[in-house]
Design a protein around this ligand. Structure first.
Ligand code: NAP
Ligand code: MG
Length: 476
């Protein structure tokens, strides 16, 4: 049963949100020259949090010039050990200001404070610590070759892990000696702007990091800018394809981290209770706004009934609500547009004949909310088995043999991640060799470490982030 807990909200008073923000260019916050202003809201309440600047083409140009200047004048010439000091300093300040960052991330994004506090922020700091360690050892990263930075990196990130995606992009780029212009997502600009303040606090040379807020137009202007040597994009497959076309033949180096539709495969010999926790973590972590979410559950037919009944029982204990309450498991959907997409695809699931189930749960009146949802009776042809829903919606399919599990898992245009639950080590290895996915988790799910590379196959993109592989993307 579900016990009632007293509310335990983290105070939002610990973070200072300004009413209006400029663009962070050349080490200072500046007003946009040819941009405009837009508002960012708290998706849990629809309250306006702040007014933010949208960079126009001239603003983008100014940011790229600032990055170029910092690259040629200081950053590229600095010894690796010196660059490392700045990265370590940034990492330490992120740790010192972790509570502020976590609260701000939860307010702007809607994710539970337990996740921003325990996952997003510590992992973001860990990425800076990790890549700081590489800055003076680049010669060892690319076995025997003399590594050189690429120049100015134009980086565009999505809204699901705003600070963590920033860290994945900025830390390796700076460690390798590049300077950056980064555009956060339109709906989640605030943690990137606080990161800009952290760069000031760390005395990072002006222009090494530039943060330009805005929507898709700003992102397009950045990736198409002639002064950008490297494009790093994380987001949807659709926009990723556009970017691949627009930079083709330009000589720019590109990495694309795109969507996914991961299979989480549960065999009949798996420890069922642990597997159920892994299924929950796989799809309901961060409201399912996770590119590598385990959104397709493949469960062996002989245990399907047992797994499903335990899963449904477990879901009745999930707490959906105030992201700033430490007891909350599932927070708000990031935007009205994303909520609409989740509703639409769920309706399609029902129309195509799958059975829809949600635990009884009361959703707050204001804000954007969607209950944890499970679809059973899903076939491989259903849209909810093929398309990325990017929300708290699980599609359940069954299989009989390991070979069938592999065929079904690989029957996807994506190939980012997969999970395997079994008692047999030999079966884990057998599966891992056959699953076409960049990451295969065994008896766990959604585990990240700065030292291990992450990335996809096929429509999930190309290039790797994290680890030594993540440095390669920023070196020639
Ligand atoms: P999106 O629409 O592709 O947006 C991603 C970023 O690109 C945002 O900053 C967006 O600005 C910007 N953008 C939009 N149009 C652009 C254009 N034509 N040129 C350049 N930039 C443009 O994706 P999303 O809906 O925000 O994010 C969800 C997607 O990201 C999912 O498909 C998910 O799987 C994927 N994702 C992948 C990974 C990974 O590592 N593989 C990680 C996280 C998310 P706006 O904010 O204004 O739209
Ligand atoms: Mg917001």
């Amino acid at each position: 049963m579900k016990f009632e807990y007293a509310p335990a909200p983290e105070s939002r008073a610990i973070v200072d949100i300004k009413s209006s923000y400029g663009l962070f260019v050349g080490g200072e916050f500046v007003d946009p020259v040819d941009g405009h202003r837009f508002k960012t809201v708290n998706p849990a309440t629809e309250e306006v949090l702040a007014e933010v600047s949208a960079a126009g083409p001239r603003d983008v140009d100014a940011a790229v010039q600032a990055a170029r200047g910092a690259y040629t004048r200081t950053w590229q010439r600095m010894r690796g050990a010196e660059r490392a000091k700045y990265l370590y300093r940034i990492a330490r300040i992120m740790q010192e200001r972790a509570r502020e960052l976590a609260v701000l991330e939860s307010i702007d994004n809607g994710k539970p404070i337990r996740e921003s506090r325990d996952v997003d922020v510590p992992l973001a700091a860990a990425h800076f610590f990790y890549y700081a360690g590489w800055a003076d050892k680049l010669g060892y990263a690319l076995s025997g070759r003399e590594p050189r930075p690429l120049g100015v990196a134009g980086q565009v990130i999505p809204w699901n892990f705003p600070l963590l995606m920033l860290a994945w992009k900025v830390a390796p780029a700076l460690a390798a000696g590049n300077t950056v212009v980064l555009k956060p997502a339109e709906t989640t600009p605030l943690s990137a702007l606080l990161f800009a303040e952290i760069c000031q606090q760390a005395d990072l040379p002006p222009g090494v990091v530039n943060i330009i807020t805005g929507a898709g137009d700003t992102g397009r202007a950045l990736v198409e800018h002639d002064g950008v040597d490297k494009v790093a994009f994380t987001g949807s497959t659709e926009v990723g394809k556009q970017i691949a076309r627009s930079v083709a033949g330009s000589g720019k180096k590109v990495t694309l981290e795109l969507g996914g539709k991961a299979a989480n495969v549960v065999f009949d010999d798996a420890p069922i209770d642990q597997a159920v926790e892994g299924i929950v973590d796989g799809i309901f972590f961060n409201q399912g706004h996770v590119c590598c979410a385990g959104s397709r559950l493949l469960v062996q037919e002989s245990v399907a009934e047992d797994v499903l009944s335990r899963l449904k029982y477990r879901l009745t204990t999930l707490r959906v609500g105030d992201p700033l309450d430490k007891n909350t498991d599932v927070g708000a959907i990031n935007s009205a547009a994303q909520l609409e997409r989740i509703r639409e695809l769920s309706a399609v699931g029902e129309a195509e004949g799958a059975q829809r189930w949600s635990p009884p749960c009361e959703l707050p009146e204001r804000g954007y909310w969607f209950p944890p949802t499970v679809f059973t009776g899903v076939s491989q042809a259903h849209r909810i088995a093929r398309e990325e829903i990017f929300g708290p919606v699980l599609s359940v399919l069954t299989f009989r043999t390991p070979a069938e599990a592999v065929d079904k898992a690989n029957n996807s245009p994506y190939g980012l991640s997969a999970g395997v639950w079994t008692d047999k080590g030999s079966r884990i290895l057998w599966m891992a060799q056959r699953l076409r996915a960049g990451v295969v988790w065994a008896n766990t799910f959604n585990r990240f470490d700065p030292g291990s590379p992450f990335g996809g196959y096929q429509e999930s993109g190309y290039g790797r982030e994290g680890g030594r592989h993540g440095l390669e993307a920023y070196l020639q």
